[in-house]
Design a protein around this ligand. Structure first.
Ligand code: ADP
Ligand code: ZN
Length: 214
């Protein structure tokens, strides 16, 4: 199954993507994770994109689409994948449709995890992420067992630089302007399914699996 995840930053896409990916045994492809790994590794791509991420702005489409195209060509994508953070603009969505049709395939579903802005802001200020395995936590809703230490791999858990209050507002604005129009884009082709984000991860998961019919 080929799935796109839609939703505001902090809606819980990454968390749900991990769960779906394990359940369906398909890769979880997160453009945000790819960019952060490149920044951490000081690669040429990392150096080009760092400033955008720090400011909560979108990386230009030219840089983003190439990475995704490469990644989708990998053997592990044959059975399907879950795309988290891509597409994020209408041109990216059009590009994806084009690339997939060249591969004689298409997206099966676009899943929107729907969360209100005010909840997003509360959540993101409490979000923490593992520096090693990428697991995400929340100091209020989903804390680590030991403060600052990842439950699954024992590495350090930190706040992402772009989760600071000011950047969060910027990212939300960017989301409304550039990414929200994708909801209509996928509605038009009958690919859109919606799961309302719940307070508890497991309740959201239940709605997500139901929406996907898995
Ligand atoms: P979130 O969804 O929580 O904002 P991500 O990890 O998906 O976080 O993305 C972090 C940042 O990476 C974005 O704010 C943006 O700068 C960049 N980014 C990720 N995916 C894309 C994309 N498809 N197009 C442009 N920029 C992207
Ligand atoms: Zn970890």
């Amino acid at each position: 199954m080929k799935i796109i995840l839609l939703g505001a930053p902090g809606a819980g896409k990454g968390t749900q993507a991990k769960i779906i990916s394990e359940k369906l045994e398909i890769p979880h492809i997160s453009t945000g994770d790819i960019f952060r790994a490149n920044i951490k590794g000081n690669t040429p791509l990392g150096m080009k994109v760092k400033e955008y991420l720090d400011n909560g702005e979108l990386v230009p489409d030219e840089l983003t689409v190439e990475i995704v195209k490469d990644r989708l060509g990998n053997d592990d994508c044959a059975k399907g994948y879950i795309l988290d953070g891509f597409p994020r603009t209408i041109p990216q969505a059009e590009y994806l449709d084009k690339v997939l049709s060249e591969m004689n395939t298409s997206i099966d579903l676009a899943l929107l995890i729907d969360v209100k802005d005010e909840d997003i802001i509360t959540r993101m200020s409490g979000r923490r992420v593992c520096t090693n395995c990428g697991a995400t936590y929340n100091i209020v809703f989903n804390p680590t067992k030991v403060e600052g230490i990842c439950d699954s791999c024992n590495s350090e858990v930190i706040q992402r630089a772009d989760d600071s209050a000011e950047t969060v507002l910027n990212r939300l604005e960017t989301y409304h302007k550039q990414t929200q129009p994708l909801i209509d884009y996928y509605k038009k082709t009958n690919k859109l399914v919606v799961a309302e984000g719940a307070e508890e991860v497991k309740d959201t998961t239940e709605r997500v699996l139901k929406a996907l019919g898995i």
